[in-house]
Write a protein that binds this ligand. Structure first.
Ligand code: 6R9
Length: 566
């Protein structure tokens, strides 16, 4: 039986206060996401229910019940407390999808610290920028990734401890501590920190056009939004086995890979391994996965492998499919109907929104290619990009904007209140994406309203890439822009002018690509480098990426009257 009302029922008289009541939360009470995801579920009598079904890349498996997860997160939190870590400190989780990552996030929240999950493929520069900005005092990592931390530790005076969860007796360096979580005696006496609604919870770094990535700062009250959107949009039911294939280094992996499902007492399956169609179907079949939250790039990769491969696996348990991160093409929705017998339901949201804001609600007619309609309690509009008032004509392109009155909107960008304030126009929170709305109120994505590159559902900021490129001895100037790609939607292309004495060559091309892959991440690595004499600039000397991007997409370049050297 579904717990989800129809869209019409859900929007009628929707009030976040009803969700607070359902969660037993009263204004002013302590609210702690870690407690809600573990202790509360146990108090509801579900302690023996599996919380996490984990599978490693070598095929090793472990299952933890909600009660085991409660004890392990308490034990982890007590251990951090005994190490001297204080509430409010930023604790970074820099590791693959090990059980310790999931328990670590909850433990950090339980002790009133701020969890800062970072994608484990980040190289030393990406890592340093984010740890330095956040003033992080603890990094929790694994042997495989500790080397990257060692390279930058001297430039992080505030970093007190580097915790290695799989040290296994191997020698560690200064400031490093081994933690064998599964061998610790269970801490039965841990008292969850009484965080309140506005206490900071998770800090996710997200890329914009200008400047280095910004720390999107969430609060514990975000739970209200994450709980109800997970329950309704993912259509979660008590017997579900749910799989979110996003990494907790990105917001989907925390809002819907940790908080939403566990606050609903739902069993989650986690696969700590990269994309492999056969392996993924096998994982779904063996674990009888019922609800799957994925992303367009993954779906396009699955499409390439064909529906025949789907038919070789017993995916009969699958009941509901959702997608996020990039535009979900109509073809992918139609293919999923053929291959799985059900459509992927597109959902639109951002790191900043903390929860889904425009969704294809279960039961609502899916219009392939549309993102759906605003979630109940969310006021969304498409605004004129100059006046910041709703567009007058139906179907007119404008910027997506939201009234800032739902629980999980971030409260600021870390150390960058100005940047956060800049997101508001005329009383709206402006998302930075363009869309249209049709006669039925469905939103249709048009494109981003800035130069951010969306590669495989991950946002990459051009500024971060350009700054890193300058670190290469041959690079004089550069511009990083999106280039269309059939699978990843976009990939990074860099235009580079060289310093005197350097000549373009295939070797240099490769060298620069690898330089970025190592310093930043495989996602940020340019897939193509074009050596140029000059870059298009404004009269004030700013590089105009839009001209380069338009050429890549075969689009009109637009007004270039301000360009100085074209
Ligand atoms: C959750 C997440 C946010 C940006 C967003 C937009 C793009 C997300 C989308 C979508 C088209 C969808 N995006 N969902 N574009 N259709 N259904 O992805 O957060 O990493 O902050 O990215 O992703 O451009 O503004 P985040």
């Amino acid at each position: 039986m579904s717990n989800t009302p129809t869209y019409e029922e859900a929007i009628k008289g929707f009030d976040w206060a009803q969700v607070e009541e359902e969660l037993g939360y009263r204004k002013g009470d302590p609210i702690n996401i870690g407690w809600y995801c573990t202790d509360r579920i146990c108090e509801m009598g579900l302690g023996d229910k599996p919380a996490l079904i984990w599978e490693g890349f070598k095929g090793d498996q472990r299952t933890y019940t909600f009660d085991e997860m409660r004890i392990l997160t308490d034990t982890f939190a007590a251990w951090l407390r005994d190490l001297g870590v204080e509430p409010g400190e930023r604790v970074c989780l820099f590791m693959d999808r090990l059980p310790e990552l999931y328990f670590g996030v909850l433990a950090v929240l339980k002790m009133g610290c701020i969890a800062q999950p970072l994608f484990s493929a980040f190289g030393e520069d990406s890592l340093w920028t984010r740890l330095d900005n956040a003033g992080t005092s603890v990094v929790i990592t694994q042997r495989k990734h500790v080397k990257k931390v060692r390279k930058i530790v001297d430039r992080l005076p505030g970093l007190k401890h580097v915790i290695v969860v799989d040290a296994d007796g191997k020698p560690l360096k200064e400031r490093e501590v081994a933690l064998a979580l599964h061998d610790l005696p269970p801490a039965e006496d841990f008292v969850v920190h009484p965080t309140t609604a506005e206490s900071p919870s998770i800090l996710h770094y997200t890329s914009g056009t200008t400047g280095q990535p910004k720390g999107a700062q969430h609060v514990h009250y975000s739970l209200i939004s994450q709980y109800i959107t997970a329950k309704w949009v993912l259509d979660l039911r008590p017997d579900d086995v749910y799989w979110c294939n996003a990494d907790p280094g990105w917001v989907t992996g925390t809002s819907y890979g940790i908080i939403g499902p566990w606050a609903n007492g739902i069993t989650q399956a986690v696969l700590d391994s990269g994309f492999n169609a056969d392996k993924w179907y096998d994982f779904i079949a063996r674990n009888r996965i019922t609800v799957w939250y994925s992303a367009p790039t993954a779906i396009r990769l699955l499409m390439k492998e064909g529906a025949e491969l789907v038919a070789k696996h017993d995916l009969s348990a699958l009941r509901h499919l959702c997608s996020v991160g990039e535009p979900l093409n109509a073809e992918a929705v139609i293919w999923s109907e053929e291959a799985f017998g059900k459509p992927f339901h597109d959902t639109f949201w951002q790191t900043e929104t903390g929860c889904m804001v425009i969704t294809n609600f279960p039961g609502m007619q899916v219009k392939p290619g549309s993102m759906g309609r605003p979630f109940p309690g969310i006021t969304a509009a498409v605004l004129d990009p100059v006046e910041f008032t709703p567009v007058e004509k139906q179907g007119q392109v404008g910027v997506i904007a939201l009234r800032p009155d739902w629980p999980s909107l971030i409260r600021t960008y870390w150390n960058n209140e100005e940047g956060f304030k800049g997101k508001f126009k005329n009383g709206w929170f402006v998302c930075g994406d363009q869309a249209t709305i049709d006669a039925d109120g469905y939103f249709w994505f048009v494109g981003r309203d800035d130069d951010v590159i969306n590669t495989g559902g991950h946002l990459v900021g051009p500024f971060e890439i350009e700054s890193a490129l300058l670190g290469h001895p041959a690079v004089a100037e550069s511009a990083a822009v999106a280039k269309p790609d059939p699978v990843n939607m976009e990939v990074v292309k860099a235009f580079v002018s060289l310093k005197p004495g350097f000549e373009p060559s295939a070797d240099l091309d490769l060298e620069i690509m690898n330089f970025i892959r190592k310093k930043l991440s495989p996602l940020a690595m340019p897939q193509e480098i074009e050596f140029v004499e000059d870059l298009p600039k404004t009269r004030s000397g700013k590089i105009i990426r839009r001209v380069l991007r338009a050429k890549e997409f075969g689009e009109p370049v637009g007004d270039i009257s301000t360009i100085m050297n074209d």
